[in-house]
Design a protein around this ligand. Sequence first.
Ligand code: MOS
Length: 758
Amino acid sequence: MAQPTDGPATTRIDGIAKVTGRADYSADAVPEGLAHAVLVDATIARGKISRLDATEALKAPGVLAVLTHENAPALKKASAFPMGAAGHRRRPLQDARILYRGQHIAVVVATTREAARHAASLVRVTYQDEAPPEATLATGETKRMADLDFLSRAMSGDSHRGDPEAALATAPLVVDAVYTTARTYHAAMEPHATLAWWEGKDRLVVREGSQWVDGAQDTLAAWFGLKRDHVRLLSAFVGGGFGSRIAVYPHAALAALAAREVGRPVKLVLERAQVFLAVGNRPAIRQRVRLGADPSGKLTALVHESANETSRDSIYSEPGSRASVSTYTVPHYRAENSVAALDIPPPGWMRAPGEAPGSFAVESALDELAQKAGVDPLALRVLNHADADAHSGKPWSSRKLREAYALGAEVVGWSSRAAAPRSRREGHEWIGLGMATASYPSRQLPAEARVGVSRDGRVYVESRGVDIGQGTYTALAIVAAEVLGVAPAQVDVRLGDTRLPRSAMAGGSMLTRSLGTAVHGAATSLRDTLLDLARRTKGSPVHGRKRAALGVREGRVVALDAPSEGLDFAAIAAAWGDTPLAAFHRTHPTVLSRITGAMAFTSPAGIRTESAGDASIHSWGAQFAEVAVDEELGRIRVRRLVGVFDCGRILNPTAARSQMIGGMTMGLGMALMEGGHVDPRTAKLVNGDLGEYLVPVQADVPPIDVFFVGEPDPAAGPLGSKAVGEIGITGVAAAIANAVYNAIGHRARALPIDLRNS
Ligand code: MOS
């Protein structure tokens, strides 16, 4: 369901290319002279390489080179998050040290992929093992982020107001519970792949499915000591990112190293099992949530402590408290975030980092509080509704959360929910309903766009921003089309090439608002130019008219009082010959971005946070789940999911709905199926493939209803659109766990909910 103010429901303009196989993904190209690289990975978790023997591998047919820490050229330092886009702090093949199982230790390059794979199997490695590794959060030692280095302190997510311990000590109702979430993986359809070649000694071209080509360009330039504009990044199509392609990971450096070594284009496609180890993942997280409330269920205190596993080398923190810091009215609040450094691959961002696991903990705890208070869980949320953002002290820019609760409750039949568990049975199954709140901040990054009119009168849009499947091509076409008075199908969008204007990352649910604002600005100046030229074109139906009397309709400049005739864009282009019909726009959403210049595009430094302006800008949602539990089989089926969201103005209801269905499906996986199993003796991920790591398939996914109740939010800029990407997964796992409780009275505090965890 779309609001009257939303944009036109538009099928993705790149859809046909994708379903017919014409869409050109990074590994699809086969340049002349192509060679193939295959990686050899460490099979111990902690220690060093004592001997690496490539003699047999080098003798194998078709082999061109084997790169190891003994012969690989040096790579220079590149900045990792938050100052840059390197996914790992450590550079590959620079020494013999092994920090985790799956670390790349050699690259074999051959004329075919098969030859390279075979030769890779002939590389002999002996290790000096430092057993035993530490690989699970349960056994690791945690340290407060605030006690680590300066950057960790700055990013800790810690927060404090009032005196929560005193409030808890005197609270009539207290919930004190620990929630754990498993290590999970993006499982994007397209395996990560790099195709790299050199043009001369100092120019590098890289095709890599990326969420952030500016970041990747800058990082590769740093690693190889090149000028930034001597590295070209191409990422026209991406088969799913979910956070795994924001940073650029070591395999990309190794493909480029290999290409330079053999003097040919090199293609490196990670094996599926390598994808599980090489590009980040959501870490296992343990959260303790303490709630204090008065007898009616009104919150007085909330303490949210969160600890996640991370690698020894790269500190990655995932503050669960993002889901509790401002959603409800809580006078006394404290959030504390910690990490445990282990012998595991560096974790990284995965869809709604912080909010997704954080909402499981806090929204489950609220359900426990509702039970203790004898209050309906939805009524409890309404009772604690925050009328302003207590964290920033600012009013909300817009918040249709009450409307979302009400509509979701109506659709899912909340009024029929039995307050007591084990009240509703159908055949062998107990039926339960559960719900949770979802919120995600809407932030903005600087972006640039060029919008123009071609000779044939078609409109084009250009930027480096990428479409990772969420619909950037279509969303930008809609924005330009609306301003220029054409149909979205009349707009050609070119993306994902560092020769185009710079862009924000497709991450943090920021791209559409950030880049859409730039496209809106460029299209608006182009429209002014078109109006101006049309009134100055001799013989034009609008010749000599005042600019204020003109507008654009159906690809023509028309007089607003006589819109039936006008001068079409192709005629303007023809009449004005060499005058370029294009406009460029750069957004500068922060003072910082002006100061840091290019860094605004290559680090998150230019971010305008959700509360940087006069108001606090968030998207909101209400998630509802209906489950059926067969206790004899130990089986939980989700029978229905309903999500109602306020994301401001929805530019493209078709794509936004798809985003939510995808996010809610991922939330279902997080709730019931997904979890990396780690052998604590060896640190081995034993289910790192799509056969054993379970993600929801069609048969697992129930009917999903998605509704949007937001209105244009002027605080979010001229589009009025807030964040869409990540709120879909937020709250889903809690809604399902709460529904399981309502069905059978079992409180699941560990994800995924299965017999192993119960
Ligand atoms: Mo998202 S985890 O910012 O791709």
